[in-house]
Design a binder for this molecule. Structure first.
Ligand SMILES: [Fe+2]
Ligand SMILES: [Fe+2]
Length: 173
């Protein structure tokens, strides 16, 4: 199947139709991705609360820490399953879609880079908050920016991955 056929497949199964009649496979995929979207939205909501003055930097650090570390750990696990189990199976099923899966696999590497940046910035924010350090605003801004980058990149990746895979699953139900 060419990239053009993949686009045609997406037109036959547009995003607006996915939740009307999902197969078990499509439903499973969407539920996992929706879980990541909820976790990501929760992190972004905390950033917004800080920006609007409803959360101090210290509160932002302490509340974000378990959420971000949990999200990153679950994401790493999810990507390993995709890279080593699901993508090879889809590549075998549709060898001509290999380029699409190459892009998704490189997204995983890029997302891990964003995750490492966000975790590094969180560590600095936690240390600054614990020491009530001067200069904390700069450290806070860095965390806000890095975690925002991660959440935006994740949202794009989830959409791109679904655009390739969900129509493939629905076409073969
Ligand atoms: Fe993925
Ligand atoms: Fe995924």
């Amino acid at each position: 199947m060419s990239a053009r056929e993949a686009r045609a497949q997406l037109e036959r199964h547009p995003r607006s139709s996915w939740r009307d009649d999902p197969t078990h496979g499509a439903r499973f995929w969407l539920e996992i991705h929706d879980g990541f979207r909820r976790e990501s939205d929760g992190l972004v909501a905390l950033l917004d609360e800080h920006r609007s003055g409803r959360r101090t930097a210290g509160e932002l650090a302490v509340i974000s820490a378990p959420r971000l570390t949990g999200l990153v750990a679950r994401l790493r696990n999810h990507h390993e399953i995709e890279d080593f189990e699901y993508f090879p199976a889809f590549r075998a099923l549709e060898p001509k879609l290999a380029a699409g899966f190459d892009v998704l696999a490189s997204d995983h590497v890029r997302l891990q880079g964003h995750a490492d940046e966000a975790l590094g910035a969180l560590g600095e924010l936690l240390a600054a908050a614990a020491n009530d350090a001067a200069g904390a605003p700069h450290v806070t801004d860095r965390y806000v920016s890095r975690s925002d980058d991660l959440c935006r990149a994740l949202a794009r990746h989830l959409d791109d991955e679904e655009d390739l895979i969900i129509p493939l699953l629905l076409e073969r139900r």
